[in-house]
Design a protein around this ligand. Structure first.
Ligand code: PMP
Length: 759
């Protein structure tokens, strides 16, 4: 402090009675008290760039002072009238300057109120009105990480975020910024801004903003960034996190009218400001693991980011537009969309719900409808790692921009993806055929089986579904036995579903499984022809999420094989870690199939499917005509498929499916103990079924199941019903589903059942 004191006397001719160090982000600041004034003395390590910047900042503050801005510090002149200087202190060169000290309490020390928020809006608008008239070429040429227009520079710090799911959340918002904000940047009005109106840079008196300090982040950047940053910090850590956005914006809009384009990107700017914060906090923690300041503010930022996902950009923009008096944005109506859809498409395509969902966007486990509602997706298993997962999107975008071709040419990713995928299977399953859907996979699996065995007849599971091609329908009882279906073909042998709830045998300790297997074996033995293949899902989805009874497959597989056939496991729904305990559903039955078909989650929504089989079966197929699928295994699909596998691993999604799935199932079991209209809760991981029955019986109650499904939809939660009587609630959410999400669904089911009981 002695050094500082000497400097102050020499350079400014002032005699300090007290010098106190202040908190500074990356420079050293001191509060200096003399008998008649208080100052802030600032020091910085010398660099030419820093010096020019300090000089520019001083020019800006002098300008503000000249044009009558209230509540900004003013540079204090050195004895030689300069405003900044470079001095040598203890072998290092320091830039020094001094500013007037502003009285007032930090906003960080008091609670925000709508009144204070409005005052912030007015204060910033007044400041910005002056800054709009000001030019400074040093500031104009500046580029730094905290300037939101350059937010993507912070992508380089993503790796410092330890938790992979958190990292994906930040990557998601960076991706949205790139897609939505970056193209609008050239259209936005730019100005010099303070650009860091956080609670420790804002001063308050009488519940009004009285001043703003620390112009260290000053930037020439889109005007709206001032508000995005101010709103982010005003709402930090609030329960209802965007409560103060509107009062700030309304007050600001009253002075500087905002433009629609500015409002349209505000949600993403707020999100990205938080992303910049968490990236820098993660990096700071890497450098200094004990950095408690970074950790505290980081926790709030994470909470806020997750909250943003739940409020959605469309809803946010709608509320802001309404609050600022803009006309609601024109949006298509479901009716017009349906009319044009029905004009061009066949009515055989169904639409879910009487009140259909018009979806505009989706993020992880949430979908956003055209009216700004956030819908919790507890149903769709295709976006396995989450809707719009940034890693999947990037993988597809990058490869699409580079090369897309077919397997008749050689490219890097085909073999490497095949290797990665096959590594997930037992060693005997070591050949893969890539196709584009589950249907194509089941169709090809049947061809492989027939070619290999020289047999034709097929054994299928009651209520099974395997695809929409002709071969797919032939093996899908769910379709061919429908009253409008084609009926059972003569080459199909259907075996009863080994269901321990509604079926004949109920002891799920292996006894029922064995008994069901014996019945199926009896069918085999009495069949007029041997069977080429037996196909079943480990948990029969369309049958109402019915897990095959324990111990069912082992004896049956043995019998199929001994009469010359092969065994196919349809893992289209159950694969890729969804079941929690296992990566593939067949593992639960302690058997290894001869052929596995996969699809749906494989590309997280990008159309992909595959048949995985043994070298022997593949070799038999090779004696036939060439196999070629135009799109199967193309480079874009391979990159996407590989990204999905990486994400499952990095984000530990199988373990999440297990932890959240167990919790989710336990909540449903609690509900079953409360309500006798729940007959059974079954499934595993994030693949569950809840059987709705007439009170106290095992009689399916399709009407109540439908009521629950529809009422959940009205509460913005997606589940489905299925099973032979359409009486089973089916839930199979993206694997990033959280316990909190699970609780939301089960609480809603409870509420709806209670309502139904009251009726
Ligand atoms: N098998 C199962 C078990 C399925 O659930 C489905 C689709 N619902 C398919 C196969 C067919 O897949 P896709 O719709 O991709 O053709």
């Amino acid at each position: 402090m002695e050094v500082i004191k000497t400097l102050l006397i020499k350079e400014f001719g002032i005699y300090p009675i007290e010098i106190k160090q202040l908190h500074g982000y990356d420079n050293k600041n001191y509060q200096v008290v003399t008998v008649d004034a208080v100052y802030v003395f600032k020091t910085y390590q010398f660099s030419k760039e820093q010096f020019d910047l300090v000089k520019a900042e001083n020019e800006l503050l002098i300008y503000l002072n000249e044009v009558g801005q209230i509540g900004t510090p003013t540079p204090v002149l050195f004895t030689d009238k300069s405003t900044e200087k470079v001095v040598g202190v203890e072998n290092s060169e320091l830039i020094i300057r001094m500013l007037t000290f502003l009285e007032g309490d930090f906003v960080g020390d008091i609670k925000y109120t709508p009144e204070l928020a409005a005052s912030l809006g007015t204060f910033l608008a007044n400041l910005n009105s002056k800054l709009l008239q000001y030019t400074n070429y040093v500031i104009k040429s500046r580029q730094h990480d905290w300037d939101l227009q350059y937010a993507l520079r912070n992508r380089e710090y993503l790796a410092a975020i330890e938790n992979a799911t958190d990292r994906s959340l930040v990557a998601y918002f960076f991706l949205q910024f790139e897609e939505i904000v970056v193209p609008t940047l050239p259209k936005l009005r730019k100005t010099i801004l303070h650009s860091d109106a956080n609670e420790w840079n804002l001063l308050t008196k009488n519940n009004q903003i009285s001043g703003i300090i620390d112009f260290g982040d000053v930037a020439y950047t889109p005007l709206i960034n001032e508000l995005a940053i101010a709103i982010t910090y005003a709402c930090y850590g609030q329960e209802n996190s965007l409560e103060f956005a509107l009062p700030i914006l309304q007050a600001y809009h009253g002075v500087i009218p905002l433009q629609e384009t500015e409002i349209s990107i505000l949600y993403y700017l707020i999100a990205v400001r938080l992303c910049v914060s968490v990236c820098n906090a993660a990096r700071a923690k890497q450098v200094d693991p004990e950095n408690a300041y970074a950790i505290i503010s980081e926790q709030l930022a994470w909470k806020f980011l997750r909250y943003l996902l739940t409020i959605n950009p469309i809803g946010f923009e709608n509320r802001i537009r309404a609050g600022l008096g803009f006309e609601p944005e024109k949006t298509n109506t479901v009716e017009t969309l349906l009319t044009s859809r029905n004009q061009h498409l066949s009515s055989i395509l169904s639409v879910s719900y009487k009140n259909p969902i018009y979806v505009k966007k989706a993020a992880f486990q949430y979908m956003y409808d055209g009216y700004g509602n956030t819908i919790l997706d507890a149903y769709n298993n295709i976006p396995h790692v989450g809707h719009a997962h940034p890693k999947v999107v990037r993988a597809g975008q990058k490869q699409l921009a580079k090369l897309n071709t077919n397997t008749r040419y050689i490219y890097d990713s085909l073999a490497s993806y095949a290797e990665k995928l096959l590594a997930k299977f037992p060693a005997s399953l070591n050949k893969v055929f890539f196709v584009n859907s589950g249907s194509e996979a089941s169709d090809l699996a049947i061809r492989l089986a027939r070619k290999h065995t020289g047999l034709f007849k097929l054994m299928v599971m009651e209520h099974g579904y395997h695809g929409h091609t002709q071969a797919g329908i032939d093996i899908s009882d769910y379709k061919f036995s429908n009253p409008k279906g084609q009926g059972q073909k003569e080459f199909i042998l259907k075996t009863p579903i080994p269901d321990t709830y509604l079926g004949k045998y109920k002891q799920n300790d292996g006894t029922a499984g064995k008994a069901y297997a014996n019945e199926a074996i009896l069918q085999l033995n009495t069949s007029d022809e041997p069977i080429a293949a037996f196909i079943a899902e480990p948990i029969v989805g369309c049958g109402g999420q019915v897990p095959l009874a324990k111990g069912y497959l082992a004896p049956l597989y043995q019998a199929i094989r001994s009469q010359g056939g092969v065994c196919i496991s349809d893992e289209v729904q159950t694969g890729f870690g969804r079941l929690g305990d296992f990566f593939w559903g067949f593992e639960a039955q302690k058997i290894i199939p001869d052929i596995v078909i996969i699809g749906k989650p494989m590309g997280n929504g990008h159309p992909m499917g595959a048949v995985i089989t043994t070298a022997e079966i593949a070799a038999s197929f090779e004696t036939g005509v060439e196999f070629f699928s135009s799109f199967g295994g193309n480079p874009v699909s391979c990159e996407i498929g590989a990204a999905v596998l990486d994400i499952i691993e990095e984000e530990n999604l199988q373990a999440n499916a297990k932890a959240v799935g167990d919790y989710y199932k336990a909540l449903f079991i609690d509900l079953k103990n409360k309500f006798d209209c729940i007959g059974d809760v079954r499934g595993s991981g994030l693949f569950l079924g809840v059987e709705i029955v007439k009170s106290g019986t095992q009689e399916p109650d399709a009407a109540l199941a439908k009521y629950i499904k529809d009422e959940l939809r009205n509460r913005h939660i997606l589940i489905s019903t299925d099973g032979p009587h359409d009486s089973v609630l089916k839930t199979k959410p993206p694997l990033i589903f959280t316990k909190e999400n699970a609780k939301t669904v089960v609480d809603a089911v409870e509420m709806v059942i209670s309502l139904a009981k009251e009726k």
